[in-house]
Design a protein around this ligand. Structure first.
Ligand code: PNS
Length: 160
């Protein structure tokens, strides 16, 4: 049986924390779909195409990884792709409530869908895409936070 997992997110932009989670998820799944969610309520910094391009450059060096995007419910996307596992990262207690609700709702919507929470490397636990955007906006150093390709894209976007 092939274990198909989805690692969904906004990835706006991809951080070293996301990359760490992708590596860890590969220990659990035979096939990992890293899926960029298209959220019509959010004004992203990078387009879906740009986020997929950056994912390809920084995090698709294993044949078990597939990059995708999806609109609508994750539960439906998982059903379409025969995935039974959702991977999410838990960095701090503050992540827990939202993630717990989402995991339960996703299982209500799709009874075979289990959510697996992974903890990132301890030195990456403070990282988030929103903080990275903030640092980049004001020209702060991005070393260790994102891959060189993402750093370049951020600098180009903010002219920093
Ligand atoms: O990186 P993020 O922004 O924390 O990811 C959140 C994401 C994309 C995983 C979540 O918002 C999502 O799954 N969106 C798709 C719509 C959906 O299914 N929402 C959850 C219903 S419980």
């Amino acid at each position: 049986m092939t274990r198909i997992a989805i690692y969904p997110g906004s990835f706006d932009p991809l951080t070293r924390g996301h990359e760490d989670l992708i590596r860890r998820a590969l220990a659990l799944a035979d096939h990992l779909i890293v899926a960029v969610a298209i959220n019509p309520n959010k004004e992203p910094l990078f387009s879906v195409e740009e986020r997929l391009r950056l994912l390809k450059l920084a995090a698709a060096d294993d044949p078990r990884i597939e990059l995708a995007s999806f609109a609508g419910l994750l539960a439906d996307f998982a059903r379409d792709r025969n995935a039974t596992m959702v991977v999410r990262g838990l960095r701090a207690v503050s992540d827990f409530e939202y993630e717990f609700q989402m995991a339960l709702m996703n299982r209500k919507l799709n009874g075979v869908l289990e959510t697996v929470f992974l903890v990132p490397a301890v030195d990456l636990t403070y990282l988030s895409s929103s903080l990275v955007r903030e640092v980049a906006r004001f020209g702060g150093p991005l070393d260790g936070l994102v891959s060189p390709a993402v750093a370049e894209a951020l600098k180009a976007r903010f002219g920093t």
